[in-house]
Design a protein around this ligand. Sequence first.
Ligand SMILES: O=C(O)CCC(=O)C(=O)O
Ligand SMILES: [Fe+2]
Length: 477
Amino acid sequence: MHRGPLTISKRTICQYTTRPRQHFISASSNSRVLLSNSVPISRTHYSTTRSKTSPLPNHIPPTLRDLKPLDFSAIMPHAEIPTPTTPGEFTPSEYPPFPSGLPTVQLETISLAKLLARDEAEQSRVFEICKGRGFFYLDLEDGNPTAGETLIRGAEAIAHAGTRTFALPLEEKLSYLMGATTTTTTGSGSDSGGAAGKPRQLFGYKKVGATLADKATGVRDTAEFFNVAKDDMVAPCADPADMPRRGASWPSSILEQRELFAGYMRAAHGVGMLILGLLVDKLGVKPEEIWNRHRIGELAGDHVRITRGPPRDKEEMPEIQTPSHTDFGTTNSITVLMNWLGGLQVWSESSHSAILTDGQPDVPGEWLWVVPKPGCAIINLGDAAVKFTNGVFCSGRHRVIPAPGPQGKFPRYSVVYFVRPEDKVIMEALEGDGIPKKELDFTGGEAEKKLTASEWIYQQALNIGTVFPSANPGAKN
Ligand SMILES: O=C(O)CCC(=O)C(=O)O
Ligand SMILES: [Fe+2]
């Protein structure tokens, strides 16, 4: 494993411990954050030792305060082309421009630097965007150099790790199937969430065709994913077998890059928390209320998703790589997306109902292309942000189809970070002057049961047509 300046403490706690109702996270010696009693946490997995940092303004979330630069010379010793990789799989410098003449969406560009500087006008722009479409570009180049560089270069390094992962024989990839747990499912082991007897993990490999793109026709998706659990990469476990989600059951192309993934996850998580913190602040809710539901050291559904969509040699684009959806479960939680080729489309009209049973748009409109913008992440809110604010914010509907025109002859990679509430967080609205009191019904009519984040994420995955494999990795869906 590469050893860069981002070091993970050996003071490893990779077992469940019982904690009292009030806890502190030691973000740094001068920034102890009292965790709210309203966040029920009965156990914790790991904690990290953090070095002393200088005091920063209190709108900066703990993960950004503590962010260390990644040593890319160790991670990518041969400039931008780490070895071994599959030729032609991920070559952003060769991509032709996005073709003209297609209906595109004009997303606004928000400056990370201005958000960090607490620029009032920039904060108001983000607030208005998130009440509307809930999608924007975040310019990383003029922001926090550590977070910006980690996300821009880190996403490329992760995509390269993806090329090595997707190049594995299908049989081996199937041994890492999502939902195929390697550990006990009794509730005392490393899984959490999900109803009894159901697959409990959304981490690992998703093969082509595992999701129904159209329930009526039975047409399935064409993309493969690898969902890399934040908990496993960030946990300072000396022995990977102790990692809380899949243990050591990850391909070596991912295990060898734990420091890269951990650094990337911290940067993306920190950026997500910065944005969510300022958004809820505008609704009369202290940013800590959001941060304390998303502590990086606690078990949560956060993950980096590496997506690979197949290239095509014909003009026709009948297939759907990732079907219409809203991002479930991120308090969005927020999604920090890096992509290099077209293919992402957003629905032209926003809807605040967010959670639908069949994944299809519920308001008239059309699909609009999102053009990738160099140096920028694409940020979008997810369904949990709608839930936490009782519908003030919008979780934008989107999908992925093959890249248009000549771009389509390249395999399409994206690197997505989903920030999600801690598993034990009860999914209910926050209290603040700007949050309507009436709870939205997210179940499509049934009396709403209060679900924890992990139960809720699993339910939402079923709603959009995810077909979970059985615990037998070789089983057919
Ligand atoms: O690949 C992309 O550009 C978007 C992927 C996405 O929306 C998702 O994985 O939820
Ligand atoms: Fe998405």
